[in-house]
Design a protein around this ligand. Structure first.
Ligand code: HEM
Length: 376
């Protein structure tokens, strides 16, 4: 699809089909004024409405010849390119150093806290957290980058970019109409993902319900965004046998079928035994992440492959920028990550280097509304 509506019950960029390109940015608010914050969210909303419809920031209304143009221009000849912009609020927007901010004191959702330390985490504070986040996804990378650049420009004086991440290929499907893509380990990723067609699953595992959190009724119809920058030791992976690779994932590489047999979408059989134990191994990723091993929990994954150049050892600084949308991180994310970080055989090849959790408010419903208006 070439464009997605910005307004609606839910923000776009969650259950809308995952596009191929990502530019994700986290911001810190540099002003302590509630009015400045609201003005920023209003200005971001106007710009987001324009850009997601393929129009320039400022709607192309000419400004003075003696002033810089409202829009930076690099996307002028491109269409909307399926652009979605998804905004989130971090824990530090509500409270910092024990002090409430922006008069939002009593409204911080109980689950909106910095994520706990997981085993083997090697987080870089300069790639973690932030008061606000914006996920820009599009088919064309120039459109996604243009969107973040212009939102950052609009924020000047009120909020500053804290860190950003580019992603170049989706690692999940969020619709049954999409083919399953592959991650940088070469395996299909997204096969068993929660898909938009599973309406009941999406209601149960993605959208915050009325009454989920009495302090945060403003978040009903929203969700939580978990981001993890996960480096993959691909040079080491590339020297390990296909047998080892498949055993750690729990699926075969070619087809993406569980090692217990069948085709890509066959459910794994965790009881089926081979000569050396269960065919889908005890420390395989698919076993440890499967709902049957996690009290029925599912999540909507929407991550991207990344490479950020190479490191001093001549290896690619590459991996998976994991993004998931969950109804309650305390139930639908933290327990599974704790288990994966401690037991997942893939962890030998992984290093978590960035992290963040944001509450994603519902979509903008009114013409005069702005993103997050239910909070103010
Ligand atoms: C499934 C790879 C990180 C949760 C899968 C699959 C692969 C994969 C190949 C099988 C295909 C599929 O069903 O999508 C990876 C890689 C990761 C990573 C390479 C890191 C670089 C994570 C993390 C989580 C997670 C951090 C959550 C905390 C899941 C879940 C499934 C899954 C829930 C579906 C399991 C099922 O229902 O069968 N992953 N994954 N993954 N992964 Fe990951």
């Amino acid at each position: 699809q070439s464009s997605y509506a910005f307004g609606g019950r839910h923000q776009a960029g969650i259950v809308t089909p995952a596009q191929d390109r990502l530019h994700f940015a986290a911001f810190d608010v540099t002003s302590e004024s509630r009015d400045d914050l609201i003005l920023l969210l209003r200005a971001w909303t106007a710009a987001a409405r324009a850009m997601t419809s393929g129009r320039p920031v400022g709607e192309g209304v000419p400004t003075s010849y003696d002033a810089p143009p409202d829009d930076t221009g690099e996307a002028l000849d491109l269409d909307a390119s399926g652009l979605t912009l998804t905004f989130g609020f971090g824990p530090t927007l509500f409270e910092r150093d024990g002090k409430p901010r922006f008069g939002l004191g009593g409204k911080q959702p109980a689950a909106l806290r910095e994520l706990p330390h997981f085993p083997a985490d090697k987080l870089d504070p300069a790639r973690s957290n932030g008061d606000l986040c914006v996920q820009a996804c599009a088919h064309d990378p120039q459109v996604a980058v243009h969107a973040i650049r212009n939102l950052s420009r609009i924020a000047f004086g009120t909020a500053a970019m804290r860190w950003a991440q580019l992603g170049f290929g989706r690692t999940s499907s969020t619709s049954t109409a999409q083919a399953t893509p592959r991650n940088l380990f070469g395996f299909k990723d997204g096969t068993a993902n929660l898909k938009s067609q599973d309406r009941e699953g999406v209601e149960e595992f993605v959208w915050v319900g009325e009454g989920d959190d009495p302090r945060a009724d403003w978040l009903a119809g929203g969700t939580y965004l978990v981001a993890r920058r996960i480096n993959m030791q691909i040079e080491t992976w590339d020297r390990s046998s296909l047998r080892e690779q498949e055993a750690l994932v729990g699926r075969d590489r070619e087809e993406g079928a569980p090692l217990s047999g069948g085709t890509e979408f066959t459910e794994p059989d965790f009881d089926l035994q081979g000569r050396e134990g269960p065919l889908v191994g005890l420390n395989s990723h698919v076993r440890l992440a499967h709902p049957s091993q996690n009290k029925g929990v599912k999540m909507l994954r929407r991550g991207y492959n990344f490479t950020d150049g190479s490191n001093a050892l001549g290896r690619l600084d590459a991996g998976l920028f994991f993004v998931a949308f969950v109804r309650d991180p305390d139930v639908h994310y933290i327990p599974m990550q704790t288990r994966l970080s401690a037991q997942d055989g893939l962890m030998e090849y992984l290093q978590h280097t960035g992290s963040g959790l944001w509450a994603v408010p519902p979509g903008v419903r009114r013409r005069t509304g702005f993103v997050g208006d239910t909070l103010f």
